[in-house]
Design a protein around this ligand. Structure first.
Ligand SMILES: Cc1cc2nc3c(=O)[nH]c(=O)nc-3n(C[C@H](O)[C@H](O)[C@H](O)COP(=O)(O)OP(=O)(O)OC[C@H]3O[C@@H](n4cnc5c(N)ncnc54)[C@H](O)[C@@H]3O)c2cc1C
Length: 463
């Protein structure tokens, strides 16, 4: 990335004319929270603008073109790839105050929202209307719908319901040049012209600032049922996952924990022998109340037949919460346990999950790191939390991560299923994408952002 010079006096004066002082931040201590997200990267902006309208977003981007300063869009800063970290300094454009649900149309199964709406608030508003917005990143109550769109966030329900992308019918955005566009539709279908919606979704704030979203809602499933199963080893657990899918079931979550994770949450496990398990599966189904309890029992039977030494069903929401706590607590405990961590979120074909996890000890030994594997067994998206007990081992861990990603690719996988590339993984991009693909993608970036002012330094490796 070509470094940007500091904001000029005339640029600062123009920003001050455009935005009232109560929504401008330029004091060092108050800039600190905007210098990082939930990942490892850090870089300070010179100024933060808390926008409240598309017009304001547009005005800031026009000023950025005139004065050539970088602008980094930011939702609620829970990203794990450094996407909202202002590598080029300049202005962070926070969308957090654009947080209104503009309409929730029950008859059209549609919500129209501003980008700063907290995802959990949208889910609850849909629920109150008897509707369902399925995407459920674990950060659901701390992240924004605009951030979810920009990263195409996923969650545990992807196996059945897909990712954020599958729920965005249309959007409005301000392009890096300051032009405003509306893309996509408000209807359930639409194929007019190129699909600009899905170009912007997942573009990590590098192609445009999303200012409004037209969101597809679906009917609310009437009931949910959950089971957990304990296995002596992961390959056996994965055979059970295959058998469940081959049996014609499509659970709304199939989560797993490996042995290293189970050791961290031993105190939460429901019976003493669970601590000896090599793998844990949590399976959830949803649908019509009459059919769900029978379905989860059948899935439990499949797990037992495939070698689970214990299967527990959760008939009520209290018991369900206790089982989910085992899965949710893992990430927090890893964070407390390790001096340094790199959260990877690779995806491999479902049939290759066990093979990938089986080779982790080899990488741990070769690179002096400890790896925890858990995540979405139903879609092959595995969270590999690569940790080290000393921060000064960072370079060795980065080399270990590179080797691991090469392994993932050799298994037919991809390096990120949820978090994106951002700043954290740009150095690895060319492991997965060909030079032609990178050239075309950079060409799209140059077309939309000829001055390279929007979120510079992200996705593409430094030249
Ligand atoms: C505890 C925890 C659990 C998590 N679990 C999950 C999970 O299960 N699944 C998952 O996918 N992710 C997960 N994440 C990662 C993170 O929550 C998601 O990436 C989320 O989508 C980021 O939303 P945000 O509002 O915090 O965006 P930010 O972190 O503020 O920004 C993320 C990216 O989006 C861009 N951006 C934000 N808003 C806009 C906008 N309006 N227009 C254009 N670009 C924009 C930013 O420039 C940046 O590149 C988790 C993170 C944490 C800390």
């Amino acid at each position: 990335m070509t470094p940007f010079p500091p904001l000029t006096e005339s640029a600062v004066a123009e920003i001050r004319r455009l935005v009232p002082p109560e929504r401008l931040i330029d004091i060092r201590e108050r800039l600190e929270p905007f210098s990082r997200d939930a990942g490892e990267e850090q870089s300070f902006p010179e100024m933060v603008v808390e926008a409240v309208s598309p017009e304001e977003v547009q005005a800031v981007l026009r000023a950025a073109n005139r004065h050539r300063f970088p602008v980094t869009p930011r939702g609620l800063g829970t990203g794990l790839a450094g996407g909202a970290v202002p590598l080029g300094g300049g202005v962070v454009l926070s969308l957090a105050k654009m947080n209104r649900i503009l309409s929730l149309e029950r008859d059209n199964l549609l919500a129209v929202v501003e980008p700063g709406v907290v995802t959990g608030d949208l889910k609850r508003a849909a629920l109150e209307a008897g509707l369902f917005y399925p995407p459920d990143p674990a950060s659901v109550d701390t992240c924004s719908i605009g951030g979810n769109a920009a990263t195409n966030a996923g969650g545990t329900s992807c196996v059945k319901y897909g990712t954020t992308r599958d729920y965005i019918l249309g959007l409005e955005a301000v392009l890096p040049t300051g032009e405003r566009i509306r893309a996509g539709v408000r209807t359930r279908k639409g194929v007019v012209g190129y699909d600009l919606v899905h170009l912007l979704v997942g573009s990590e704030g590098t192609l445009g600032v999303i200012t409004r979203l037209y969101i597809k809602l679906i009917p609310l499933p009437g009931a949910v049922a959950t089971a957990v199963a304990f296995f002596t080893d992961l390959p056996t657990a994965m055979e059970a996952v295959q058998a469940v899918m081959e049996g014609g079931y499509l659970p709304s979550a199939i989560e797993f924990l490996d042995r290293a994770c189970l050791e961290l949450v031993g105190d939460l496990l429901p019976f003493p022998e669970a601590k000896t398990a090599g793998a844990f599966l949590l399976v959830e189904t949803d649908g019509r109340p009459g059919s769900i309890s029978g379905e989860i029992e059948e899935i439990g039977t499949i797990c037992s037949e495939k070698g689970a030494f214990e299967v527990l069903l959760a008939p009520d929401s209290r018991k369900r919460d206790r089982l989910w706590e085992i899965r949710r607590e893992v990430a927090l405990r890893i964070e407390h346990h390790a001096a340094f961590q790199m959260p990877e979120d690779v995806v491999v074909p479902i049939g290759k999950i066990a093979a990938l996890v089986a080779c982790l000890p080899e990488y741990e030994k070769a690179y002096g790191m400890k790896i925890y594997a858990f995540g979405h067994a139903g879609d092959g998206n595995i969270h590999l939390i690569v940790t080290a007990d000393r921060r000064d081992h960072r370079e060795r861990v980065v080399a270990g991560v590179r080797a691991l990603l090469e392994k993932v690719l050799s298994l037919g996988g991809t390096m990120s299923g949820e978090h994106g590339i951002g700043a954290a993984k740009s150095r690895f991009l060319s492991l997965e994408l060909s030079p032609e693909s990178i050239r075309i993608q950079k060409g799209i970036k140059d077309l939309l952002d000829p001055l390279g002012i929007l979120n510079p330094g992200k996705i593409f490796p430094p030249e």
